[in-house]
Design a protein around this ligand. Sequence first.
Ligand code: URA
Length: 242
Amino acid sequence: MGITFMQERLQKIIAHSGVASRRRAEELIIDGSVTVNGQVVRELGTKADPEKDAIKVMGKLIHLPQRNTYIVLNKPVGYITSMSDPEGRPVVTELLKGVKARVYPVGRLDYDTEGLLIMTDDGGLANSMMHPSHEVSKTYLVKVKGVLEDKEIEKLQKGIKLDDGMTAPAGVKRLKKADANSWIELTIHEGRYHQVKRMMERVGHSVIKLVRVRYGSIELGNVPPGTFRYLTNEEVKILKGR
Ligand code: URA
């Protein structure tokens, strides 16, 4: 499945292809300079499917700019977030059967971390999401060894000192408490190397399981591990801040 075009107004398609403004496209249609599958079209309300129909303006076939591909993969444990691995370990792109676009991961997840990984061929958006100045939030479900004390939770919330400096304030919610281990939901706005594991180690608890469930406005949703879904047009719009 890909992002599919729908029937759109001819003047909009022509404008989108870059050969004329929407205004000029309307004039061209009225003038009889536009054909759809060989037929002259002079009606301004006419719709066409730019993927299926041959649209010509003054005898020249128009082409739409390539649309980008945006994917949410539920990365399983045991895959690395690279395009290839010199050690021959499984890589996340192997899970994208049927995806023709050359998409790559937005940020990274450790080999033993699971969950939401956005993959796209839209380099501009990927760079902007990863840029530290945008402080895109990432939410993780974290299972740690032992019981987290309130004091430790407070420390995580306020910010703690790691080798590479203080962490920014984080959102922490206790989810489940057991004798031997606990689950928390942790939201951070940075993306340092092994950040969650290092934060938890710093307060004395090693991470047993780490699952990312949210990246900015994008939620993992009901995507089984090892499978993926395409972002909706609405999700892409929100990501682009439009
Ligand atoms: N923090 C980690 O320690 N590992 C991840 O994979 C993501 C965040």
